[in-house]
Design a protein around this ligand. Structure first.
Ligand code: 0PR
Length: 375
């Protein structure tokens, strides 16, 4: 730190320079985050100094959090879920498994996740001292139910299903997982960090939520498809007692259930604002548009003789491109931000709300050219 401070204008110049080096979302196909809705930004700014680590000071903000949880619950098929706004999918997944572990008395607890699970479950397992058992996937990259059944033993404290996998946007057979969870009396956590704000707005009814009796908890992130500001994750429990498992007494008036202590109310207000403003119809419009772009991407890819690894279920398409590393490096030289999947290796594109038909067309024009050079 400098001995003497630097003039405000100079600092702002530094900030602008740094910001200019960041990617512009117009060319980003690799992110599950997007530009926040302008109203979310306004709300965020208004609540910038709020801290729900001490809700006693911010009862107004706390009320907004409760409303957000109620809105998420009704979207996820129940009127009575309990939960809180986390920093994102990682915190939600850790906390859900923490509850499952605390509810059980197993000495060597294990949790069964699909092989497609997000890496946050590795963190959760490491922090919570859980053995992570990975169930294999079927041909469409959904968790294989027989594999899950074979991995269950008396030390299994939780099953995890994914509604919108990170790599392919696939939805696991949550209904079948729910049957197993109910009949074996095992906690079932659904990671819908990405899909939770998409699937309810699709034409097809995929059951993945609290309408299924076996589902105990759900992760759903407003800072992904919710167009809210970062950090805004959601964690919901069917039963209030499960949230209560996380309660820690403090020297303050209120107990605390969050993993973090001090936590911003700004992104919570932002989420409230954007949920209220868009409503179901607004989100459906966003989802319809993203799905339409995904269809356009699929059609264009097929016209280039490139097949998707799976027929897209959500707004993610993974393309089986030959000489992938070379193609990606050439795309990056043209300032496109893309990512790749691991097994099988594929070019992964996420059609977030910031993608336009023009940017998609211009991306595919470049992809077509790059592929013709590489061939
Ligand atoms: N669960 C699923 C299914 C996810 O896809 C992710 C993140 C998480 C949990 C964890 O969520 P948080 O990152 O909010 O803790 N999925 C993306 C990923 O890690 C997140 C992401 C977002 C990556 C923007 C890149 C990016 O630019 O791949």
């Amino acid at each position: 730190m400098d001995e003497n401070g630097v003039a405000e204008g100079e600092v702002l110049d530094f900030l602008c320079q740094a910001r200019e080096r960041d990617a512009s979302f117009d060319r980003v196909f690799s992110s599950m985050c997007t530009r926040p809705h302008p109203l979310a930004i306004k709300a965020h700014q208004k609540f910038i100094e709020t801290n729900l680590g001490d809700p006693h000071l911010f009862p107004g903000t706390k009320e907004l959090e409760d409303s957000v949880i109620a809105m998420l619950a009704s979207l996820l098929g129940t009127q009575n879920a309990s939960g809180y706004i986390t920093t994102g999918g990682t915190e939600s997944n850790i906390q859900a498994l923490r509850v499952a572990r605390n509810l059980s008395s197993e000495r060597n607890p294990n949790v069964i996740v699909p092989a497609s699970a997000h890496f946050s479950f590795e963190k959760a397992a490491s922090i919570l001292g859980l053995e992570l058992r990975k169930a294999s996937l079927d041909k469409r990259y959904r968790v294989d139910i027989t594999s899950v059944e074979n991995l269950i033993d008396e030390n299994t404290i939780a099953l995890v299903g994914i509604a919108g996998t990170t790599e392919y946007g696939q939805i696991d057979p949550i209904e079948q997982l729910s049957h197993i969870a109910s009949s074996e009396d095992i906690f079932l956590h659904v990671d819908a960090a990405f899909g939770g704000l998409i699937i309810p707005f699709l034409e097809e009814d995929h059951k993945f939520d609290f309408r299924l009796d076996g589902v105990s908890s759900i992760t759903v992130d407003p800072h992904k498809m919710g167009a809210s500001t970062i950090p805004s994750g959601g964690l919901l429990f069917r039963r209030r007692e499960h949230l209560d498992q996380l309660m820690i007494s403090t020297y303050m008036k209120e107990k605390q259930h969050s993993l973090t202590g001090t936590r911003s109310g700004a992104s919570i207000a932002a989420t409230y604002a954007v949920f209220k403003h868009l409503g179901r119809r607004g989100y459906k419009r966003i989802v319809d548009r993203c799905m339409r772009l995904t269809k356009i991407a699929e059609k264009r890819a097929r016209s280039l003789d490139i097949d998707p690894v799976i027929k897209p279920v959500l707004n993610i398409i993974a393309l089986s491109v030959q000489n992938l590393d070379e193609v990606v490096s050439k795309l990056e030289k043209r300032n496109w931000y893309v990512s790749t999947t691991i097994k099988p290796k594929a070019l992964r594109l996420i059609m977030m709300p910031h993608i336009t038909e023009e940017s998609l067309r211009s991306f595919f024009d470049d992809l077509e050219e790059v592929i013709s050079y590489v061939r």
